[in-house]
Design a protein around this ligand. Structure first.
Ligand SMILES: Cc1cc2nc3c(=O)[nH]c(=O)nc-3n(C[C@H](O)[C@H](O)[C@H](O)COP(=O)(O)OP(=O)(O)OC[C@H]3O[C@@H](n4cnc5c(N)ncnc54)[C@H](O)[C@@H]3O)c2cc1C
Length: 291
Protein backbone atom coordinates (compact mmCIF):
# COMPACT_ATOMS: atom_id res chain seq x y z
CA UNK A 1 0.00 0.00 0.00
CA UNK A 2 1.11 3.61 -0.54
CA UNK A 3 1.20 6.12 2.34
CA UNK A 4 -1.37 8.91 2.47
CA UNK A 5 -0.32 12.40 1.40
CA UNK A 6 1.88 14.37 3.78
CA UNK A 7 4.11 17.43 3.70
CA UNK A 8 7.81 16.58 3.97
CA UNK A 9 10.13 18.94 5.83
CA UNK A 10 13.85 18.52 6.31
CA UNK A 11 14.85 21.08 8.98
CA UNK A 12 18.42 22.38 9.38
CA UNK A 13 18.21 22.86 13.15
CA UNK A 14 16.39 21.36 16.12
CA UNK A 15 14.68 24.71 16.70
CA UNK A 16 13.31 24.57 13.15
CA UNK A 17 12.13 20.98 13.69
CA UNK A 18 10.33 22.07 16.85
CA UNK A 19 8.79 25.08 15.08
CA UNK A 20 7.40 22.83 12.32
CA UNK A 21 6.00 20.36 14.88
CA UNK A 22 4.45 23.22 16.85
CA UNK A 23 2.82 24.64 13.74
CA UNK A 24 1.50 21.16 12.82
CA UNK A 25 -0.47 21.08 16.13
CA UNK A 26 -0.23 17.33 16.63
CA UNK A 27 -0.34 16.36 12.95
CA UNK A 28 3.46 16.16 12.68
CA UNK A 29 5.74 13.14 13.10
CA UNK A 30 9.50 12.95 13.47
CA UNK A 31 11.27 10.66 11.00
CA UNK A 32 14.58 9.21 12.24
CA UNK A 33 15.69 5.84 10.84
CA UNK A 34 12.24 5.15 9.40
CA UNK A 35 12.52 1.45 10.24
CA UNK A 36 9.22 1.50 12.11
CA UNK A 37 7.56 4.68 10.83
CA UNK A 38 7.84 3.96 7.10
CA UNK A 39 6.11 0.55 7.39
CA UNK A 40 3.40 2.20 9.53
CA UNK A 41 2.89 4.89 6.86
CA UNK A 42 2.65 2.26 4.14
CA UNK A 43 0.06 0.32 6.11
CA UNK A 44 -1.69 3.63 6.90
CA UNK A 45 -1.54 2.87 10.61
CA UNK A 46 0.02 6.34 10.80
CA UNK A 47 -1.13 9.24 8.60
CA UNK A 48 0.69 12.40 9.72
CA UNK A 49 0.09 15.67 7.90
CA UNK A 50 3.78 16.59 8.14
CA UNK A 51 6.86 14.40 8.26
CA UNK A 52 9.79 16.12 10.00
CA UNK A 53 12.92 14.33 8.80
CA UNK A 54 15.76 14.94 11.28
CA UNK A 55 18.40 13.18 9.15
CA UNK A 56 19.92 16.50 8.07
CA UNK A 57 20.90 17.27 11.65
CA UNK A 58 24.20 15.35 11.78
CA UNK A 59 25.02 17.00 15.09
CA UNK A 60 22.61 14.49 16.58
CA UNK A 61 24.81 11.54 15.59
CA UNK A 62 27.14 10.86 18.52
CA UNK A 63 28.04 8.55 21.36
CA UNK A 64 29.73 10.66 24.00
CA UNK A 65 31.24 9.37 27.22
CA UNK A 66 31.37 12.27 29.65
CA UNK A 67 34.10 12.77 32.25
CA UNK A 68 31.85 11.36 34.99
CA UNK A 69 31.38 8.12 33.00
CA UNK A 70 27.82 8.81 31.80
CA UNK A 71 26.94 8.25 28.13
CA UNK A 72 25.02 10.59 25.83
CA UNK A 73 23.64 9.01 22.67
CA UNK A 74 22.30 11.37 20.02
CA UNK A 75 18.96 10.91 18.29
CA UNK A 76 20.62 9.98 14.99
CA UNK A 77 22.91 7.32 16.45
CA UNK A 78 22.12 4.12 14.57
CA UNK A 79 21.90 0.67 16.13
CA UNK A 80 25.00 -0.25 14.07
CA UNK A 81 26.98 2.60 15.64
CA UNK A 82 26.10 1.25 19.08
CA UNK A 83 27.18 -2.21 17.93
CA UNK A 84 30.56 -0.95 16.69
CA UNK A 85 31.34 1.39 19.59
CA UNK A 86 34.45 0.33 21.51
CA UNK A 87 33.48 2.65 24.34
CA UNK A 88 30.04 1.03 24.72
CA UNK A 89 31.66 -2.43 24.54
CA UNK A 90 34.03 -1.47 27.32
CA UNK A 91 31.75 0.41 29.68
CA UNK A 92 28.12 -0.60 29.05
CA UNK A 93 27.90 -4.41 28.81
CA UNK A 94 24.08 -4.59 28.60
CA UNK A 95 23.92 -2.25 25.59
CA UNK A 96 26.90 -4.01 24.02
CA UNK A 97 25.16 -7.38 24.38
CA UNK A 98 21.87 -6.10 22.95
CA UNK A 99 23.11 -4.09 19.95
CA UNK A 100 23.96 -7.06 17.67
CA UNK A 101 20.60 -8.69 18.49
CA UNK A 102 18.44 -5.76 17.37
CA UNK A 103 16.80 -6.66 14.05
CA UNK A 104 19.17 -7.45 11.15
CA UNK A 105 22.19 -5.57 9.73
CA UNK A 106 20.10 -3.62 7.20
CA UNK A 107 17.73 -2.32 9.87
CA UNK A 108 20.63 -1.69 12.25
CA UNK A 109 22.29 0.56 9.68
CA UNK A 110 19.30 2.93 9.65
CA UNK A 111 17.29 2.51 12.83
CA UNK A 112 18.20 4.57 15.89
CA UNK A 113 18.31 3.81 19.60
CA UNK A 114 16.34 6.95 20.42
CA UNK A 115 13.77 6.20 17.69
CA UNK A 116 13.35 2.72 19.10
CA UNK A 117 12.70 4.06 22.60
CA UNK A 118 10.25 6.66 21.19
CA UNK A 119 8.47 3.99 19.17
CA UNK A 120 7.90 2.03 22.42
CA UNK A 121 7.25 -1.30 20.75
CA UNK A 122 6.47 -3.82 23.55
CA UNK A 123 8.90 -6.16 21.77
CA UNK A 124 11.61 -3.56 21.20
CA UNK A 125 15.04 -4.12 22.72
CA UNK A 126 16.45 -0.68 23.55
CA UNK A 127 13.79 0.46 26.03
CA UNK A 128 14.54 -2.64 28.13
CA UNK A 129 18.29 -1.96 27.97
CA UNK A 130 17.78 1.68 28.94
CA UNK A 131 15.44 0.88 31.83
CA UNK A 132 17.88 -1.71 33.19
CA UNK A 133 20.69 0.87 33.00
CA UNK A 134 18.58 3.58 34.67
CA UNK A 135 18.66 5.64 31.46
CA UNK A 136 16.70 8.70 30.38
CA UNK A 137 15.52 10.51 27.27
CA UNK A 138 16.19 14.22 26.82
CA UNK A 139 13.28 15.94 25.08
CA UNK A 140 13.48 19.43 23.57
CA UNK A 141 10.44 21.61 22.91
CA UNK A 142 9.53 25.30 22.69
CA UNK A 143 10.05 25.67 26.46
CA UNK A 144 13.52 24.09 26.44
CA UNK A 145 14.80 20.68 27.50
CA UNK A 146 13.57 18.13 30.04
CA UNK A 147 15.02 14.77 31.04
CA UNK A 148 12.66 11.84 31.48
CA UNK A 149 13.68 8.44 32.90
CA UNK A 150 12.87 5.77 30.28
CA UNK A 151 10.80 3.88 32.87
CA UNK A 152 8.44 6.91 32.91
CA UNK A 153 8.93 7.83 29.25
CA UNK A 154 7.30 4.66 27.89
CA UNK A 155 3.68 4.69 29.04
CA UNK A 156 2.19 1.81 27.06
CA UNK A 157 2.28 0.00 23.74
CA UNK A 158 3.60 2.49 21.16
CA UNK A 159 3.06 5.33 23.61
CA UNK A 160 5.42 7.81 25.20
CA UNK A 161 5.17 11.05 27.14
CA UNK A 162 6.52 13.34 24.40
CA UNK A 163 4.35 16.37 23.65
CA UNK A 164 3.53 16.87 19.98
CA UNK A 165 5.99 19.76 19.75
CA UNK A 166 8.94 17.93 21.34
CA UNK A 167 11.86 16.12 19.72
CA UNK A 168 13.80 13.47 21.65
CA UNK A 169 17.33 14.78 21.15
CA UNK A 170 19.37 12.21 23.05
CA UNK A 171 19.37 9.27 25.43
CA UNK A 172 21.47 9.31 28.58
CA UNK A 173 22.94 6.40 30.51
CA UNK A 174 23.91 7.69 33.95
CA UNK A 175 27.35 7.55 35.48
CA UNK A 176 27.85 4.38 37.50
CA UNK A 177 28.93 4.62 41.12
CA UNK A 178 30.64 1.24 41.10
CA UNK A 179 31.78 -1.40 38.62
CA UNK A 180 29.13 -1.99 35.95
CA UNK A 181 28.25 -5.51 34.83
CA UNK A 182 25.29 -6.68 32.81
CA UNK A 183 23.84 -8.80 30.09
CA UNK A 184 21.00 -9.10 27.61
CA UNK A 185 19.38 -12.29 26.34
CA UNK A 186 16.64 -12.55 23.77
CA UNK A 187 14.84 -15.52 22.32
CA UNK A 188 13.96 -14.99 18.65
CA UNK A 189 12.37 -17.40 16.18
CA UNK A 190 15.03 -16.59 13.62
CA UNK A 191 17.87 -14.10 13.36
CA UNK A 192 16.57 -10.54 13.09
CA UNK A 193 13.17 -11.24 14.60
CA UNK A 194 11.56 -9.38 17.47
CA UNK A 195 11.78 -10.97 20.91
CA UNK A 196 9.64 -13.93 21.91
CA UNK A 197 10.96 -12.99 25.34
CA UNK A 198 13.99 -11.01 26.40
CA UNK A 199 15.70 -9.75 29.55
CA UNK A 200 18.14 -6.92 30.22
CA UNK A 201 20.11 -6.77 33.46
CA UNK A 202 22.51 -4.05 34.62
CA UNK A 203 24.19 -4.14 38.02
CA UNK A 204 26.59 -1.83 39.77
CA UNK A 205 28.93 -3.44 42.25
CA UNK A 206 30.69 -2.03 45.26
CA UNK A 207 32.65 -4.14 47.72
CA UNK A 208 31.38 -7.41 46.25
CA UNK A 209 27.73 -6.41 46.71
CA UNK A 210 25.11 -5.07 44.35
CA UNK A 211 24.77 -1.34 44.94
CA UNK A 212 22.35 -0.66 42.06
CA UNK A 213 20.27 -3.10 40.03
CA UNK A 214 18.03 -2.80 36.99
CA UNK A 215 16.11 -5.62 35.34
CA UNK A 216 13.73 -5.04 32.41
CA UNK A 217 11.81 -7.42 30.17
CA UNK A 218 10.76 -7.24 26.54
CA UNK A 219 8.20 -9.20 24.54
CA UNK A 220 6.29 -10.33 27.59
CA UNK A 221 3.75 -7.57 28.22
CA UNK A 222 1.80 -4.73 26.66
CA UNK A 223 4.87 -2.54 27.16
CA UNK A 224 8.47 -2.93 28.27
CA UNK A 225 8.39 -4.18 31.86
CA UNK A 226 10.49 -2.66 34.62
CA UNK A 227 11.03 -5.68 36.91
CA UNK A 228 11.77 -3.43 39.86
CA UNK A 229 11.00 -5.97 42.62
CA UNK A 230 13.31 -8.50 41.00
CA UNK A 231 16.08 -5.89 40.83
CA UNK A 232 15.51 -4.81 44.44
CA UNK A 233 15.92 -8.43 45.59
CA UNK A 234 19.58 -8.14 44.58
CA UNK A 235 20.41 -4.92 46.41
CA UNK A 236 23.11 -4.90 49.08
CA UNK A 237 23.79 -8.62 48.63
CA UNK A 238 26.43 -10.69 46.94
CA UNK A 239 25.12 -12.73 43.99
CA UNK A 240 24.43 -16.19 45.38
CA UNK A 241 22.27 -19.02 44.09
CA UNK A 242 19.37 -18.18 46.40
CA UNK A 243 19.34 -14.45 45.56
CA UNK A 244 19.57 -15.21 41.87
CA UNK A 245 16.66 -17.63 42.00
CA UNK A 246 14.55 -15.13 43.96
CA UNK A 247 15.19 -12.38 41.37
CA UNK A 248 14.44 -14.74 38.47
CA UNK A 249 11.20 -15.86 40.14
CA UNK A 250 10.08 -12.26 40.77
CA UNK A 251 10.89 -11.32 37.15
CA UNK A 252 8.88 -14.28 35.84
CA UNK A 253 5.99 -13.30 38.11
CA UNK A 254 5.78 -9.73 36.83
CA UNK A 255 6.03 -10.87 33.19
CA UNK A 256 2.59 -10.71 31.62
CA UNK A 257 2.93 -12.51 28.29
CA UNK A 258 0.17 -13.55 25.91
CA UNK A 259 0.06 -16.89 24.17
CA UNK A 260 0.55 -16.37 20.44
CA UNK A 261 2.35 -17.82 17.42
CA UNK A 262 5.66 -17.28 19.22
CA UNK A 263 4.77 -19.50 22.17
CA UNK A 264 2.44 -19.99 25.11
CA UNK A 265 2.32 -17.56 28.02
CA UNK A 266 3.74 -20.25 30.35
CA UNK A 267 6.61 -20.91 27.99
CA UNK A 268 7.51 -17.21 27.74
CA UNK A 269 7.38 -16.83 31.53
CA UNK A 270 9.69 -19.80 31.82
CA UNK A 271 12.08 -18.19 29.33
CA UNK A 272 12.14 -15.01 31.44
CA UNK A 273 13.03 -17.02 34.54
CA UNK A 274 15.78 -18.88 32.69
CA UNK A 275 17.22 -15.73 31.10
CA UNK A 276 17.35 -13.68 34.29
CA UNK A 277 18.91 -16.59 36.17
CA UNK A 278 21.39 -17.22 33.36
CA UNK A 279 22.47 -13.59 33.07
CA UNK A 280 22.91 -13.24 36.83
CA UNK A 281 24.76 -16.54 37.16
CA UNK A 282 27.12 -15.34 34.43
CA UNK A 283 27.84 -12.20 36.48
CA UNK A 284 28.72 -13.90 39.76
CA UNK A 285 32.40 -14.24 38.96
CA UNK A 286 32.68 -10.54 38.12
CA UNK A 287 30.89 -9.71 41.35
CA UNK A 288 33.42 -11.74 43.30
CA UNK A 289 36.29 -10.06 41.44
CA UNK A 290 34.90 -6.61 42.29
CA UNK A 291 34.94 -7.50 46.00
C1 LIG B 1 12.49 -6.10 9.68
C2 LIG B 1 12.58 -5.36 10.98
C3 LIG B 1 12.99 -6.05 12.11
C4 LIG B 1 13.08 -5.39 13.32
N1 LIG B 1 13.51 -6.08 14.42
C5 LIG B 1 13.67 -5.43 15.60
C6 LIG B 1 14.17 -6.11 16.74
O1 LIG B 1 14.51 -7.29 16.69
N2 LIG B 1 14.30 -5.40 17.90
C7 LIG B 1 13.97 -4.08 17.99
O2 LIG B 1 14.12 -3.49 19.05
N3 LIG B 1 13.50 -3.40 16.91
C8 LIG B 1 13.35 -4.04 15.73
N4 LIG B 1 12.89 -3.34 14.64
C9 LIG B 1 12.54 -1.90 14.79
C10 LIG B 1 13.76 -1.04 14.49
O3 LIG B 1 14.73 -1.26 15.46
C11 LIG B 1 13.44 0.47 14.41
O4 LIG B 1 14.59 1.00 13.89
C12 LIG B 1 13.15 1.24 15.69
O5 LIG B 1 12.04 0.72 16.34
C13 LIG B 1 12.76 2.70 15.41
O6 LIG B 1 13.87 3.51 15.20
P1 LIG B 1 13.91 4.47 13.91
O7 LIG B 1 15.06 5.38 14.10
O8 LIG B 1 13.90 3.66 12.68
O9 LIG B 1 12.56 5.33 14.10
P2 LIG B 1 11.45 5.76 13.05
O10 LIG B 1 10.91 4.57 12.34
O11 LIG B 1 11.94 6.89 12.21
O12 LIG B 1 10.36 6.33 14.08
C14 LIG B 1 9.65 5.46 14.94
C15 LIG B 1 8.72 6.29 15.83
O13 LIG B 1 9.47 7.04 16.78
C16 LIG B 1 9.30 8.45 16.56
N5 LIG B 1 10.61 9.07 16.69
C17 LIG B 1 11.78 8.59 16.16
N6 LIG B 1 12.80 9.37 16.51
C18 LIG B 1 12.27 10.38 17.25
C19 LIG B 1 12.83 11.51 17.91
N7 LIG B 1 14.15 11.76 17.88
N8 LIG B 1 12.01 12.34 18.59
C20 LIG B 1 10.68 12.09 18.63
N9 LIG B 1 10.08 11.03 18.05
C21 LIG B 1 10.88 10.18 17.37
C22 LIG B 1 8.70 8.59 15.17
O14 LIG B 1 7.92 9.76 15.03
C23 LIG B 1 7.87 7.32 15.06
O15 LIG B 1 6.65 7.48 15.74
C24 LIG B 1 12.76 -4.00 13.41
C25 LIG B 1 12.36 -3.31 12.26
C26 LIG B 1 12.27 -3.98 11.05
C27 LIG B 1 11.84 -3.20 9.84
Amino acid sequence: MYPGRFRYVSPRSIDEAIAVLTEAEGEGKVLAGGQSLIPLLKLRFASPGVLVDINNLPDLDYIRREDDGSFRIGALTRHATMERSASIARHQPTAAAAAPLVADPIVRNRGTLVGSVCHADPQGDWAAVMIAAGGSVVAQGPEGRRTIPVRDFVTGPFQNVLAYDEVAVEAVIPAPKGTVVGGFLKLERRVGDFATAGAAVTLELSGGKVSRAGIALTGVGAATIDAEDAANALLNRPLGAETIDRAATLAAEIANPKSDHRGSADYKRHVVHTFVRRILAGLTEQTERAA
